[in-house]
Design a protein around this ligand. Structure first.
Ligand code: CA
Length: 229
C-alpha cells in the first residue's frame, strides 16, 4: 500500500482528500502546517506528498525547498492557486514534481498521483520493451543501438541514456532537474545548460528537422517531452 502525506491547513479540503485517498486504498497521514509537514515529509516511508502552498508557519515553497535541500527525493505534488509561478514550482529552485491548480476534482488529483508514482517506478526492460519503434526511429535498449530510417546513428553514452529516459517517460514532461539527477547523477557538476546542449545534439541526430522536432518537444522553462507511441 502506498503511503501519502497530505499537508493542508484547510480542514474541509484536507479531510476530503484524506477520505478520497483512503477509498482508493492509500495509507494517508496528514499535517496541518508547514513545520509539521516538513517533519513528517522527511520520514523515509512516505511515497508521495501533496503539499498546499498557503500554509501557516512555513509556506509550501519553503517546505519543498527544505525537503529537497536535505536530500528528500519523495515526489511532491503542489496545490497551487491560479497565477502562481508554475515554472518556479517545477524548476530547480523549488523542485516539486507536479502541481494541480485549485479548485480541482478528486479524480484529476488521483490521476496526477498515479502518474507521478508510476514515473517513480524503476525502469525495467519489461516495462520499457527491448526495442522501441516510432516512425523513422528504432532503438534497441539491450544492444545500445539507435537506427534512423534503418541506418545506424552514433550516439554518445549520455545521449543514449537521455533518449532512453525520455522514451521511458514518453508522453510526460521530463524536467531538467530530473535529468540532472537521473541521467548524470547527483555528484556530477552539470548545469541545465549542459542538458540543453546534449538535447540539441540528440535532436540533430534523430530528428529530420531539428528546428521543428517531431520526437523531442521543448516545454519552455521546464524541460522536455518525448512524443511517440
Ligand atoms: Ca492552505
Amino acid at each position: 500500500m502506498k503511503k501519502i502525506l497530505i499537508i493542508e491547513d484547510e480542514e474541509p479540503i484536507r479531510t476530503a482528500l484524506e477520505d478520497d485517498f483512503r477509498l482508493e486504498n492509500y495509507e494517508v497521514i496528514t499535517a496541518t502546517d508547514g513545520l509539521e509537514g516538513l517533519s513528517k515529509g522527511s520520514e523515509p516511508d512516505i511515497d508521495l506528498i501533496i503539499l498546499d502552498i498557503m500554509l501557516p508557519g512555513m509556506d509550501g515553497f519553503e517546505v519543498c525547498k527544505k525537503l529537497r535541500n536535505s536530500g528528500v527525493k519523495t515526489p511532491v505534488i503542489m496545490l497551487t492557486a491560479k497565477g502562481q509561478e508554475i515554472d518556479r514550482v517545477l524548476g530547480l529552485e523549488i523542485g516539486a514534481d507536479d502541481y494541480i491548480t485549485k479548485p480541482f476534482s478528486p479524480r484529476e488529483l488521483q490521476a496526477r498521483v498515479k502518474a507521478v508514482l508510476r514515473r517513480m517506478e524503476p525502469e525495467t526492460d519489461e516495462n520499457l520493451g527491448i526495442i522501441f519503434r516510432s516512425g523513422s526511429l528504432e532503438v534497441d535498449f539491450r544492444q545500445y543501438v539507435c537506427l534512423k530510417d534503418g541506418r545506424e546513428i552514433s550516439l554518445t553514452a549520455h545521449e543514449f541514456e537521455l533518449l532512453k529516459y525520455l522514451i521511458s517517460n514518453r508522453g510526460h514532461v521530463v524536467r531538467r532537474n530530473e535529468l540532472l539527477d537521473d541521467v548524470w547523477g547527483k555528484d556530477v557538476f552539470v548545469t541545465p545548460h549542459t542538458i540543453d546542449t546534449h538535447m540539441a545534439n540528440l535532436r540533430k541526430k534523430i530528428e529530420n528537422d531539428p528546428s521543428n522536432p517531431r520526437f523531442i518537444i521543448s516545454i519552455r522553462g521546464i524541460g522536455y517531452k518525448f512524443i511517440g507511441e
